[in-house]
Design a protein around this ligand. Sequence first.
Ligand SMILES: CCCCCCCCCC(=O)SCCNC(=O)CCNC(=O)[C@H](O)C(C)(C)COP(=O)(O)OP(=O)(O)OC[C@H]1O[C@@H](n2cnc3c(N)ncnc32)[C@H](O)[C@@H]1OP(=O)(O)O
Length: 231
Amino acid sequence: MLRLCSRLLRGGAVIGHLTSWSHTGPSPLRCFSVSHSCHGHRDYSLPNATWSRHTQELYRKYEELSKIGAWRRIPSYNSSVHHMADAPPRGSRVTRLFTRNLDQDGVGFEYSMFYNVAEKRMICIFQPGDYLEGPPGYTHGGCIATILDSTLGAGAMYICGKVMTANLNINYLNPVPLGSTVIVDCHVEKVEGRKVYTRGQVRSHDDQILHTEATGLFIKLNMREVDHSTD
Ligand SMILES: CCCCCCCCCC(=O)SCCNC(=O)CCNC(=O)[C@H](O)C(C)(C)COP(=O)(O)OP(=O)(O)OC[C@H]1O[C@@H](n2cnc3c(N)ncnc32)[C@H](O)[C@@H]1OP(=O)(O)O
C-alpha cells in the first residue's frame, strides 16, 4: 500500500494532486481560491465559443450567485499539478488531466464547477461533446461516471483535502444526448473518520429529466503513508 501510494502520487493519479501537499493550511483547496490567471495557464472552466446557449445561461446563473458569495467557481487546468499553489518539480513526463486531454474545444468534456460552502455542494455544468459517444447520439456511460467521479471527488476534496475514490455506484436512468447541457449536482452527506460519503445526480439543464443518480465513497489519504524512499 505504501509503495502504491508513492507511485500514484508521483504519477499524478491522486486527486490530492489538485490540492497543496500540506494539510496544515486553512483550506484544503487554497490553491483553488486564487485567481485563474495566477499560474499563467488557461482556465478551461471559463466559457468558450463551443458552449451552447443553455450551458452559457447556467454558467451565468452561477457566476451571478458567486458575486453574492454563495458559490465559488472552481478553476480548471489541463494538468493536475497546475491546480497546486506549491506544485512539485516536474520531471520529463507530460501528464494531462483525463477530462482535459483533448486540444480541440467542444469535442470532449466541456464543464465548469461551482462550490457552495454552506451546503457542502459541488455542481458541475457539463456539456458532453461528440467524441464522448456511447450509444449513437448519446454520451458514453464511462464519461458520465467520469464527470460524476470528478464532481463528487472535488466536493469531498474541498472539505477533506486529499482523497481517492474507493467506491462509486451509479444508476443510469435516462441517456444523456451529446451536446446537451446537464447539471451534475453533488454533495457530501457525512464524514466518518477517513470516509467521506457523497451523493449526486445528473439532471437536464431545466431540471426536467433525471439522467443519473450516484453515490461515492472517498477515503482521506493519510499522507504519513506516502513512501518517498525510492525518490
Ligand atoms: C476539480 C477537479 C477534480 C478532479 C477530481 C478527479 C477525480 C478522480 C478520482 C479518481 O479517479 S481516484 C482513482 C481511482 N481510485 C483508486 O484508484 C483508489 C484505489 N484504492 C486505494 O488506493 C485504496 O483502497 C484507498 C486509498 C481508497 C484506501 O486504502 P487505505 O489503505 O488508505 O485505507 P483502508 O483500506 O485502511 O480503508 C480505510 C477505511 O475505508 C474503508 N474502505 C476502503 N475502501 C472501501 C470500499 N471500497 N468500500 C467501503 N469501505 C472502504 C475501510 O473499510 C476502512 O474503514 P474503517 O476506517 O471503518 O476501518
